[in-house]
Design a protein around this ligand. Structure first.
Ligand code: GDP
Length: 440
């Protein structure tokens, strides 16, 4: 995400290297580059111009303290301004109603249906809510089916009336149904068109008026750049929505939408979508996003994801196995599964400070563990639990079975061996010294 923009900003800050103080003269070139980087990322012209003016006002004349280089100081100012531009503090959704009604709006293909499912799943698993999904698309039967598929995946009921052509009625009936059945959140997925049109706007405005949602969310595809901002404006003029959902931030987006939307419609971005799966949803934190845009990584989110996936019981089991020298490839596989649950590799790497930049030319596959898993799956259960029995003949057979090269099998065996030794060392009496050495 945002690789291009981070790169360009990084270059812009380099211009200041070697200067002791930020002056009107030496900062001009840097700011020109910052502005160009923003424009290239599809940030609105006026926003980019105002942005650099504000940064300049803050930067000029500041004495650079001993520990900070002027470039670093400017990065900090830019980071703070970016955070402000994207909304300051993170904004939550209003769940005060009973049921709380959430109306989803946006163009067709923006990711509305997918996000409705993600939000229902998020509220159900993380907020202990009982959500009901409502299919209000009266034009495309496929859209209703799609929501039913999503609902089934996450175990959430989907309310629909395939024969009814009145979305206002469907939404109202759904809310009645929710009250009768004890659902405390109702998420209404509406019809979208390929472009903003009057009929769609009137229809959703009518639904909005009739059901008085606690929260109206506008879903937009971040890949559409400036268009995203224009569509947001059109929807906001009619619906006065409460928040924005930016989808497809896992893709190769240039970042312009994330940066511009808040200042154009003055509504916060509340969530982001980072993949097609139901758990690819994140709360939007402007400061973390600013850090990612500047290539500073997002360690906080990374640690949070790790904590969410951390399974204490599993960890204890693994420790016992290591102590008894029984750690095998099956355990290795389950560790890989844990890491995979944290998200796709490209995203994870992007959250490590500096790594995004360092590895930008390295092709990281979404499923970076695919080959390793294939090799392990080609082993027999005995081989997996006791890797020492794998001799060259068996290695050849495993290579053939998994369709990988013998060298890859060798490499995996070696890595596994080193890892096992390392883990053993951390645990045994020597491990205590090692821990001490590392400051533990
Ligand atoms: P709708 O027409 O607005 O309801 O859009 P859909 O929910 O059907 O999504 C359109 C396409 O975008 C589908 O193929 C989704 O799988 C995909 N999609 C939705 N959200 C994301 C996301 O955050 N990341 C990626 N990569 N794809 C997404």
């Amino acid at each position: 995400m945002f690789n291009n923009l981070s790169d360009k900003l990084d270059k812009a800050f380099h211009i200041l290297k070697g200067h002791g103080k930020i002056t009107e003269v030496n900062v001009a070139d840097t700011l020109k580059e910052v502005r160009r980087a923003l424009l290239d990322a599809d940030v609105n012209f006026k926003i980019a111009k105002d942005f650099t003016t504000r940064v300049k006002e803050k930067a000029i004349g500041q004495d650079v303290l001993t520990t900070l280089q002027p470039g670093q100081l400017l990065v900090k100012i830019v980071k703070d301004e970016l955070t402000e531009l994207m909304g300051g503090d993170a904004a939550g959704v209003n769940l005060s109603g009973n049921p709380s009604v959430i109306l989803m709006s946006g163009l067709q293909g923006s990711g509305k249906t997918t996000f409705s499912g993600k939000l229902a799943n998020f509220l159900q698993t993380k907020k202990n809510k009982k959500p009901l999904l409502v299919a209000c698309d009266i034009y495309r039967p496929a859209a209703i089916n799609q929501l039913h598929v999503v609902g089934e995946q996450i175990g959430v009921e989907v309310y629909s009336e395939p024969e009814n052509k009145n979305p206002v009625e469907i939404a109202q009936n759904a809310i009645k149904h929710a009250k009768a059945k004890g659902y405390n959140v109702v998420i209404v997925d509406t019809a979208g068109r390929l472009a903003v049109d009057e009929e769609m706007m009137t229809e959703i405005a009518n639904v909005h008026k009739a059901i008085q949602p606690q929260e109206t969310l506008f879903v937009v595809d971040s890949m559409t750049g400036q268009d995203a901002v224009n569509t947001a404006k059109a929807f906001n003029d009619r619906l006065n929505f409460d928040g924005v959902i930016l989808t497809k931030l896992d893709g190769d987006t240039r970042g312009g939408a994330a940066i511009s939307i808040k200042s154009v419609v003055d509504k916060p971005i509340k969530f982001i979508g980072t993949g097609e799966k139901m758990d690819a949803i994140d709360i939007f934190y402007p400061s973390r996003m600013a850090e990612r845009i500047l290539g500073m990584g997002d360690v906080v989110s990374l640690v949070e994801r790790a904590q969410e996936q951390y399974d204490e019981e599993e960890a204890r089991k693994i420790q016992k196995k290591i102590a008894k020298n029984e750690f095998g490839f099956d355990d290795f596989l389950s560790q890989i599964q844990q890491v995979k649950k944290m998200g796709n590799m490209k995203d994870l790497v992007g959250m490590i400070p500096g790594a995004g930049k360092a590895l930008k030319d390295v092709e990281i596959e979404d499923d970076a563990f695919k080959h390793i898993e294939a090799i392990i799956h080609s082993m027999t259960p005995q081989e997996r639990s006791k890797p020492s029995i794998i001799d060259i003949k068996r290695k050849n057979r495993i290579a053939k079975g998994s369709g990988r090269k013998l060298e890859e099998v060798n490499q995996l065996m070696k890595q596994f061996d080193q890892m096992s030794k390392m883990m053993k060392m951390m645990q045994g009496p020597g491990g205590k010294n090692l821990m001490k050495m590392m400051g533990g």
